[in-house]
Design a protein around this ligand. Structure first.
Ligand SMILES: Nc1ncnc2c1ncn2[C@@H]1O[C@H](COP(=O)(O)OP(=O)(O)OP(=O)(O)O)[C@@H](O)[C@H]1O
Length: 588
């Protein structure tokens, strides 16, 4: 579960400053919006004056020229208002889209480049929610809230000034009346927001339930729990309706109250003004002008109160996005990286490497670990769970830097090389291969994006994958589905092997799958691996007898250290940890 987007809703508005560089990039749109905003505000503030002119002069009998002019003025103001409002909407909405697109692209590019340490401590679900929910808040902010806030502020101030210009006495009254009418609206809105949030939470709960059970539909069906899950979901949905009912009720009540209070206040002012008109102290047009300013002003204050919360929410979202953008990867290329030789010979050396994961400073995963691998040699790592085998591979890929000691590839300390160049020289076949929701062909091509179709197919043939791929409904073009749902475990492994074959890197890291395959699939995978390992320096975390037998050397690890080395026969003869492991893992 990701924390709700409201968790930091009370973030200081200062975090919105981080948004400015993104807005500044589209200066033209921003200025065009400001201009349109200025014109439309001026037009809407002159509208009441135009109405007064129309009433006071437009209806005077006899002067038909004056009538025409008064109405023409009114229409002209309305026309300017219409054009400027349309332009304002266009510019600010487009600005919102562009800012959000930039923000999203930059955030994604930043996240995908952050190091393993960051991704270990951050759930990917949370990152996705930053990219979606929080970015959506920003779209709302730039595309609408910002516009409403500025426009309402201008209108509120302008209307207030114009109220006093129109009639100081009535204005003084209105100054008391309008807040009295707006305050309950503001308070009511706050309460509705609370209920609305609760209502959204309930909907989210029902959705989470659905996504969890639909994602594990086989487990649900295998337990014959369809009826049970139906009941749970129906209950969650009913709860959401219950909460929504409260929200709707509160909203209805508030709408009624708002209308009553607002028109009550307007009627009161009108009533007092009507007496002035009858007594000849004020023209009818002036009274209308006054009322219009009061309506404009009151509406703007209410709008400001309404967007204040949105502003806070957006500030929270921007704060979270900014935190992520400020993350700096610990693993970076040095200012002037040393180039690795091309082609790489593939000599690897760990020299007195000590490393602990950031979460466990007291428990090193590797201690004073040294290992030298000659070019083209195959070394099998064996050891109990938690011995540090995967950590060896992770350090060689420079997902982390050791706290002591160094790691050399062809005699170059990998910290002096560019991580991208280093990783391009290393092929990786992980224990659980990742299959993307793309075609079989594109999944293999991930190893070398420029490979031709023929090269992809050749790699597949050498990985013993060609036959089963051709048997798929659309052959190489078949979509493999998310996480390779359409393939067996052995087939997924052969796709990963084909990918590594295509990458054709001089160093190969292999984490053998622990899950047993059927004999036929096992043979195919083994054959594919033989093709892959030929002519490369290979470091393999071994779980199979065939692999240890084929290795040039077996390195036995325990608690982050090398405890024995040799061939299978030598190590068996020595007894100790290897003999025990071999009995459990390979020889049963
Ligand atoms: N990403 C990580 N963050 C924190 N600790 C980790 C991480 N990966 C491994 N460890 C810890 O480091 C130690 C060595 O783990 P490692 O995965 O290298 O062992 P392993 O020999 O590969 O084990 P297995 O065969 O079970 O995969 C373990 O104590 C493990 O808990």
């Amino acid at each position: 579960m990701t924390p709700p987007a409201t968790a930091r809703a009370k973030a200081p508005l200062g975090s919105l400053r981080a948004l400015w560089p993104f807005v500044r990039r589209h200066r033209g749109l921003f200025l065009a919006w400001l201009l349109a905003l200025g014109i439309s505000s001026a037009a809407s503030l002159s509208l009441p004056v135009a109405f007064r002119t129309m009433i006071d002069h437009g209806f005077r009998s006899g002067a038909s020229g004056e009538v025409d002019r008064a109405f023409l003025l009114l229409f002209a103001v309305a026309l300017v208002l219409a054009v400027a409002t349309a332009a304002r909407f266009f510019f600010v909405s487009l600005l919102g889209e562009k800012v959000v697109a930039d923000l999203r692209t930059q955030l994604y590019a930043h996240l995908i480049a952050l190091d393993a340490e960051f991704h270990d401590r951050t759930r990917s679900g949370e990152l996705v929610s930053r990219l979606t929910t929080d970015v959506e808040l920003i779209r709302n902010l730039v595309g609408s809230v910002m516009s409403i806030a500025l426009r309402s502020s201008i209108t509120a101030i302008g209307a207030l000034v114009m109220l006093f210009v129109t009639s100081p006495r009535l204005a003084a009254w209105a100054l008391l009346g309008i807040p009295a009418a707006v305050l309950p609206v503001v308070l009511g809105a706050r309460r509705i927001r609370k209920v609305a949030r609760h209502s959204q939470d309930k909907v989210a709960e029902a959705n989470a339930l659905a996504s969890e059970t639909l994602g594990a539909v086989r487990t649900v069906q295998a337990h014959a729990r369809e009826a049970y899950e139906r009941g749970r979901f129906a209950q969650a949905v009913a709860q959401a309706v219950g909460v929504a009912r409260r929200r709707i009720g509160a909203q209805a009540l508030m709408t009624g109250t708002t209308i009553t209070l607002f028109f009550g206040a307007i009627s009161l002012v009108l009533w007092s003004g009507a007496h002035d008109v009858i007594a000849g102290r004020m023209s009818a047009g002036t009274l209308l002008q006054f009322v219009l300013y009061a309506v404009f002003g009151g509406g703007s204050v209410a709008a400001l109160a309404e967007v204040w919360n949105e502003l806070q929410k957006a500030a929270g979202g921007m704060g979270r996005i900014d935190d992520l953008l400020r993350e700096r990867p610990a693993i970076t290329a040095p200012a002037s990286p040393r180039a690795l030789p091309r082609p790489l010979r593939g000599e690897i050396a760990f020299e007195h490497v000590t490393f602990h994961y950031p979460q466990h400073p007291e428990r090193p995963a590797l201690r004073d670990f040294s290992l030298r691998i000659a070019p083209g040699e195959t070394v099998a790592l064996v050891g109990p769970s938690g011995a540090g085998k995967s950590t060896v591979l992770a350090l060689l890929l420079r997902f982390h830097d050791p706290q002591a000691g160094r790691i050399l590839v062809d005699g170059i300390d990998i910290r002096q090389a560019d991580p991208v160049q280093l990783r391009e020289a290393i092929g990786l076949v992980p224990q659980a291969p990742v299959i993307f929701a793309a075609s079989a062909q594109d999944n293999i091509r991930y190893g070398h994006l420029d490979a031709s179709d023929a090269e992809v197919e050749q790699a597949a043939r050498r990985a013993e994958a060609d036959e089963f791929i051709r048997a798929l409904p659309q052959g190489y073009a078949t979509e493999l589905g998310e996480r390779g749902a359409r393939l067996s475990g052995g087939q997924q492994q052969r796709i990963a092997i084909a990918r590594a074959l295509l990458k054709d890197a001089p160093v190969l890291l292999l984490d053998e799958a622990t899950s047993a395959l059927d004999a036929q699939s096992e043979r195919a995978v083994q054959l594919a691996l033989e093709h892959l390992m030929t002519g490369r320096t290979t470091l393999v975390i071994a779980h199979r007898l065939a692999t240890v037998l084929r290795a040039d050397r077996i390195v036995v690890m325990d608690a982050g250290q090398v405890v024995a080395e040799g061939t299978h026969a030598q190590l068996l003869a020595q007894g100790g940890l290897y003999a025990e492991l071999a009995k459990l893992q390979f020889l049963d």
